[in-house]
Write a protein that binds this ligand. Structure first.
Ligand code: SF4
Length: 387
């Protein structure tokens, strides 16, 4: 298999994944942030070397879609020029870091992110593919519901702590110890058998009863969790949603227009730094309660070769017809790429129609099978019925 055709659950720029529409090249912005020239540069690369579609992922990354094998090398050269490329694929894979978008200049978020990126690059740790870190060091936590294995947070008094995912309490640390403690936890995870063939996660390891050493054990409760962010104005800038987590290259280009940087989030939203007006563009969601925010859909057909249905067409048709507090996930097959967690309703396309799972994920047992998309649209009560 050529390097360009390497498949994996978490692709990178240096280890792209083959999808139905060509190679998917994932770009991991350093510090969870793109400067204006990087935004316009990425948009141009997506237009020139991809099919013009760009995903924003639940890991707060961007994916350039539809890249041909022969375009891969010039695309990587372009990413290197934009300073968006890691020195090698292993370093890139380890640099799996979520960063709160609600930081302010002068606080510690960006310096913690840079220090963690550097320490991970030097560490040589063989972490599982999905293993990640969260820097969620505001006075209230915003990433608690997002995938991460080691979390740098604060307690109620504002002191930093490091907490393994799945543990209720974290270990209080001075600023200078935060990153080294996070790496010590990662090392302990591997040494104590948590990696499990490259698929293990911290929460499962903690739940299995494996005891932390005294030097890493927590004693401090983290700060409260903030209500879920929505499109709108924040002190740090304007937050907008990206319908189905995908935008056109021209839409991304627009973000660079006035020189504002972009902060990535794992919520299929981006924050245009310092911007006072809401950005507009194809597929952008600016209303805080837009029905499109209730639905998650993977690429689906015809964009993904594994897909059994056009997931986005069905999700768009159903979005206005489901209750405001219902989260619907439409997956083109059982892999559940767009959302690994639970949803009130999950529809999974199969060769024989849609399977329906309530309060679960694509891995759970369906309560109904073989539904047609047209039937669901004409009678959305099927989604929440008591069958
Ligand atoms: S979940 Fe969706 S994007 Fe992922 S492989 Fe299946 S059809 Fe493709």
């Amino acid at each position: 298999m050529s390097a360009a055709a390497v498949k994996g659950w978490c692709p990178g720029a240096l280890r792209p994944m083959l999808s139905g529409d060509g190679l998917v090249v994932r770009v991991r912005p350093f510090g969870g942030r793109l400067e204006a020239p990087q935004i316009s540069g990425l948009a141009e690369l997506a237009e020139r070397f991809g099919n013009g579609l760009i995903d924003v992922t639940s890991r707060a990354n961007l994916q350039i879609r539809g890249v041909k094998e022969e375009s891969r090398r010039p695309l990587l050269d372009g990413l290197a020029q934009l300073q968006l490329l890691d020195p090698d694929a292993d370093i890139e894979a380890r640099r799996n870091i979520l960063v709160t978008p609600f930081w302010s200049s002068g606080d510690e978020t960006q310096s913690l992110a840079a220090e963690l990126e550097e320490a991970l690059a030097d560490s040589g740790l063989a972490l599982p593919t999905k293993f990640g870190f969260a820097i969620d060091d505001g006075r209230s936590r915003v990433l608690a519901g997002d995938s991460a294995d080691i979390r740098i947070e604060r307690d109620r008094s504002g002191r930093l702590l490091v907490r393994p995912d799945g543990a209720r309490l974290g270990r209080s640390v001075a600023r200078g110890q935060a990153v080294s403690t996070a790496l010590a936890l990662a090392s302990w995870f591997i040494i104590s058998g948590g990696a499990r063939g490259g698929r293990g996660r911290m929460a499962a390891h903690i739940a299995s009863g494996t005891a932390l050493p005294q030097s890493l054990r927590g004693e401090t409760e983290p700060a409260p969790v903030m209500a879920a962010a929505r499109p709108g104005h924040y002190p740090q800038g304007a937050m907008v949603g990206v319908a189905f987590g995908q935008m056109l290259h021209a839409t991304l280009h627009q973000f660079s227009g006035c020189g504002h940087a972009l902060r990535m989030t794992p919520w299929r939203m981006v924050l245009s730094e310092g911007k006072r007006e809401m950005p507009s563009g194809a597929g952008l969601i600016t209303e805080p309660y837009d029905p499109a925010l209730r639905v998650i859909a993977c690429s689906g057909a015809p964009r993904c070769r594994e897909a059994h249905a056009d997931t986005r067409a069905l999700a768009a048709a159903l979005a206005p017809r489901i209750a405001a507090d219902t989260r619907l996930h439409v997956s083109g097959c059982g892999k559940g790429c767009a959302h690994s967690g639970r949803a009130a309703v999950t529809l999974i396309a199969t060769h024989a129609g849609f399977d329906l799972v309530r309060n679960g994920s694509t891995r759970d047992e369906p309560v109904l099978r073989g539904l047609s998309g047209a039937d669901i649209v004409s009678d959305p009560s099927i989604l929440v019925g008591g069958n």
